[in-house]
Design a protein around this ligand. Structure first.
Ligand SMILES: *Cc1c(COP(=O)(O)O)cnc(C)c1O
Length: 426
């Protein structure tokens, strides 16, 4: 029923439907535990035979309401909240893979995820091959091995704002009998729903546009329910074979389309923690209620600023998929016809030193490490996040020494441009 509503309505209404006399607004269930009348009732919960709450590390009603709102927005069958976007991507992969397995990922992804796949998961025995996401299907297919278990990419990469050809990635993944996981953080389901293009699982850092106010770190995993684990049962023993830690229960047989999220909750969350605090889920829900209003304003403002920057004499280059000059313009029109996101990057003539002087003259636009919230902010990787690298090393990492990442907020665009203009003159 809920899934028939338009995205704008889902942002406001989905997830929490109070019964007679219950609070109109989603309450915060600020409780670690839940009470039952009989020992038998509690036992059935622990056997996963009944649905219900027993301990907030596994499930909490506030979290579940917000997760189901995000599932409805993405068009998925089930979702879970995590304590961060990093935890969401880790859990999504680790729910499928174990030591000895291999994954294929786009190279242009968030630095934290790149490190997770390239360094930390390697120590756990899971290897990753990074592929040029713009290469041909034949070229990318060469990265696959018999033990490859999934493919990963970002709808819009952070910070390069490259647009992923989701249909191409889905075709390659499915030809190899593995699911495609897409991190949809920058696009949000308002601008792109990767399941409609063949992705099987979607992840989010809800820290960004979904919260939208830079108040709480969080993540989410959504399952489309579309991937047929049983059709490739030998590849996915964790989902298709009995779980010894649950009396030999088999997730695909017991939960059907709910298998992936049930396993992630009852096994990974049980053993590894990383639940989102119910208080944060409540704040996230407030953000979601206006996501459909904020995202288009971010996009309109970013498009106007990108077009303005392109015309300025002091500007050396501008990178935004909404510009006709951009390499990803066509893919953007296909996958994100209503706009991409509020993040763009640009460089000023004169390089690194000019960039530093320019940023020091900004008045309203703040220098912060965050992106994707209501306030316009800026970061210069060469002097902040990557400051230990030389110009040569920066270029090797794909970051121009003059690159400034600008995250356009929802202020009046004239005030944003005025601040950029006065700093450029100075
Ligand atoms: C920020 C970000 C993450 C990590 O999320 P946290 O909430 O900071 O842990 C993962 N993926 C993308 C695309 C991001 O922008």
């Amino acid at each position: 029923m809920e899934n028939k509503f338009a995205p704008e309505t889902l942002c406001v209404q989905a997830g929490w439907t109070p019964k007679n006399g219950e609070p109109r607004v989603l309450p915060i269930y600020q409780s670690t535990t839940f009470k039952y009348d009989s020992s038998e009732q509690m036992a059935r919960l622990f056997d996963l035979k009944d649905n219900g709450y027993f301990y907030t590390r596994l499930q909490n009603p506030t979290n579940d309401a917000v997760a189901s709102k995000i599932a409805a927005l993405e068009g998925g069958v089930a979702a879970m909240l995590t304590s961060s976007g990093q935890a969401a991507n880790f859990f999504a992969v680790f729910n499928i893979c174990e030591a000895g397995d291999h994954i294929v990922s786009a190279t242009s992804i968030y630095g934290g995820t790149y490190n997770l796949f390239g360094v930390t998961m390697k120590k756990m025995g899971i290897e990753c091959t990074f592929v040029d996401e713009d290469a041909s299907e034949e070229e990318i297919a060469k990265a696959f091995r018999p033990n490859t278990k999934l493919m990963f990419g970002e709808t819009l990469s952070n910070p390069g704002v490259k647009v992923l050809d989701i249909e191409k990635f889905a075709r390659i993944a499915h030809a190899h009998g593995v699911p495609l996981i897409v991190d949809n953080t920058f696009a949000t389901p308002i601008n792109c729903r990767p399941f409609e293009w063949g992705a099987d699982i979607v992840t989010h850092s809800t820290t960004k546009y979904m919260d939208g106010h830079a108040t709480n770190v969080g993540g989410c995993i959504v399952d489309s329910g579309n991937f047929d684990w049983e059709a490739h049962a030998e590849k996915f023993p964790g989902l298709c074979q009995p779980d010894e830690s649950y009396h030999g229960l088999t997730y695909t047989k017991a939960f059907g389309k709910g298998a992936f999220i049930t396993k992630a909750t009852s096994q990974l969350m049980r053993d590894l923690g990383s639940i989102q605090a119910p208080m944060n889920a409540f704040l996230l829900n407030l953000g979601l209620e206006t996501l459909h209003l904020r995202v288009p304003q971010h996009c309109r403002n970013a498009q106007t600023v990108a077009e303005w920057l392109e015309k300025q004499e002091q500007v050396a280059w501008v990178n935004y998929p909404g510009l006709k000059s951009n390499k990803y313009y066509e893919l953007g029109q296909k996958y994100l016809p209503n706009g991409s996101c509020g993040v763009l990057s640009f460089g000023l003539k004169g390089g690194r030193d000019v960039a530093i002087r320019f940023m020091d003259h900004l008045r309203m636009i703040a220098i912060v490490t965050h992106v994707a919230d209501a306030r316009t902010c800026i970061l210069h990787p060469a002097s902040h996040t990557h400051r230990q690298l030389t110009d040569e090393q920066l270029l090797e990492a794909g970051i121009a020494p003059d690159l400034m990442r600008l995250s356009i907020g929802i202020e009046n665009v004239n005030d944003i441009i005025a601040d950029l203009e006065q700093a450029m003159k100075a």
